[in-house]
Each structure stands twice: as structure tokens, then as C-alpha cells.
Write a protein that binds this ligand. Structure first.
Ligand code: SAM
Length: 248
């Protein structure tokens, strides 16, 4: 059956490309990508010269139909984004949806994703996390989005564009308790990678301490909320344990 391959690519360090991704890209007839120049450069880096077609936010629907046609015509199509896993806070979902709706196969090739990479180095609770991705750019909408998350007990995972990191942190500081831990995962797998953990009360000072910080790419993670009832449960459990020990 005709198959669309969804191929994750590096989020910084090019050597994070997987062997399977290289093999598949080499075999593909066409590579659908967000930015043909960026993907062209990546392919060239590995000695590959492939036809690329642009598949971005603004033309995804039309391109989806073209990709279905190509797959039906027997072509092997790879889908990539500028960095990381396609269709995760990136274009691709509509294409995947159209291909599946046409009864064709979709095979994902696992690889880098900024959220999972950041989570793995955060030391925060990671068996339950809530991926928020990008917050709205407008401050009112951002505030409401954060207000809805205030009682979320899972670790929160945000993506942020470099020029908006200060507003993002200001929003977090006013929405969440200052004692909650925050982890900044900046420039992952790149030369100036930084992973910094501090209470939310110190977060703004950290971002502002170095001008370069307002330029890098960030994943921001925030420790989940500890709800009153949880705290009461913990206390009840503690007392029960004392009583059980006393009685035994
Ligand atoms: N699909 C991608 C993925 O799976 O990671 C995410 C693409 S999204 C458009 C770009 C955002 O991902 C950035 O604004 C930043 O929040 C995060 N990001 C991408 N590369 C990163 C890196 N090297 N270090 C830290 N964050 C990164």
C-alpha cells in the first residue's frame, strides 16, 4: 500500500537524525516540508538531493490533496517539518488526516521532539504531563488560557517563541503559585544549551539576567499544582501511618 512517512528531524544538532530517517529520505521520491530551503540544506548535509514541495500552515489543505494523488500514483512521500516531529505544534496534521481518510498508510519515524527532550532532563514529575504548546500571543487570551491551567496537577509543558519569553514568564508568574518549580530548557542540543530549574518566584530574574536568553528557543516546564485536597490527603495518610505504627 501507498505510504506517507512522517519523519522527525533534529531540533538543533544535525547528528541527531536517525539512520532510519536518512534511509527513508534517500528512498523517497519527494519530501514535503515547511520550508524548502531549510529542508534542502538538511538533505544536502547528508548528500541527498530530492524534490521538495512546500507544505506549510497556509497551503496544507491543497498540498494534502496533491500528496494523496502522488501516493496513489505509487510515489514514496516523506513529510518533515523545520525541526523536530512534524504535526506536533507544526504543520502536518491535515496532511496525515487526508492520507488516512483516503485509506492510505501513515508510518511515523520516531525522532527528536523538543517537549520530550526537555521533559527528560527536567527532573519534574513526568509520568503525567500536559502539553500546552504555544500560548496565545495576545495577553488577554494568554491570561485566560493560563487561568484554565492553574489547577492542573500534571507537569505543564509550554513552547515559546524566542521574542516572547519575557511575556510568557510574566504570565506564568501571575497565574501560578510562586513556589512552583519551573524548568527552562533552552537551545536544546545546540552549542548554548541551558537547562535551568528554579522556583517561579526567581524565573523572571533568570531570564533577564542574560540578554542572550531572550533570543534562544525555549521549552518551559512548570511543576503541576498541588491542590488543597491533595495536601489534605497526604496529611490524612501521614496520621494514619502514625496510628498504625502506634497500634502495632
Ligand atoms: N515539532 C517540533 C517538535 O517536535 O519539537 C516543535 C516545533 S515548534 C514550531 C518550535 C518550538 O519548539 C520552539 O519555539 C521551542 O519552543 C521548541 N523548540 C524547538 N527546538 C528547540 C530547541 N532546540 N531547544 C528548545 N526548544 C526548542
Amino acid at each position: 500500500t501507498a505510504t506517507l512517512y512522517v519523519v522527525a528531524t533534529p531540533i538543533g544538532n544535525v547528528t541527531d537524525i536517525t539512520l532510519r530517517a536518512l534511509h527513508l529520505l534517500a528512498l523517497s521520491d519527494v519530501v514535503a516540508c515547511e520550508d524548502t530551503r531549510k529542508t534542502g540544506a538538511l538533505l544536502q548535509r547528508f548528500g541527498l538531493s530530492k524534490q521538495t514541495i512546500a507544505a506549510h500552515q497556509h497551503n496544507e489543505r491543497e498540498v494534502a490533496d496533491k500528496i494523496v494523488e502522488r501516493l496513489r500514483g505509487g510515489q514514496r512521500v516523506a513529510l518533515v517539518s523545520d525541526a523536530g516531529t512534524p504535526a506536533v505544534s507544526d504543520p502536518g496534521a491535515r496532511i496525515v488526516d487526508a492520507v488516512r481518510a483516503a485509506g492510505l498508510n501513515v508510518v511515523p519515524l520516531p525522532g527528536p521532539s523538543a517537549a520530550i527532550t526537555a521533559l527528560s532532563a527536567s527532573g519534574l514529575v513526568n509520568d503525567r504531563f500536559h502539553f500546552v504548546g504555544f500560548l496565545p500571543a495576545k495577553s488577554k487570551q494568554r491570561e485566560s488560557a493560563l487561568a484554565l491551567l492553574a489547577r492542573e496537577t500534571s507537569t505543564l509543558v509550554f513552547y515559546e517563541a524566542p521574542h516572547r519569553i519575557v511575556e510568557c514568564v510574566e504570565g506564568l508568574v501571575s497565574a501560578f503559585e510562586p513556589v512552583r518549580q519551573v524548568v527552562f530548557a533552552r537551545e536544546l542540543s545546540k552549542m548554548f544549551e541551558e537547562i535551568h530549574r528554579c522556583p517561579l518566584s526567581e524565573a523572571l530574574a533568570w531570564v533577564k539576567a542574560d540578554q542572550h536568553r531572550e533570543r534562544g528557543e525555549f521549552v518551559v516546564l512548570v511543576e503541576g499544582a498541588v491542590l488543597e485536597t491533595d495536601a489534605q490527603d497526604v496529611e490524612a495518610e501521614r496520621i494514619l501511618q502514625i496510628l498504625l505504627t502506634e497500634c502495632s
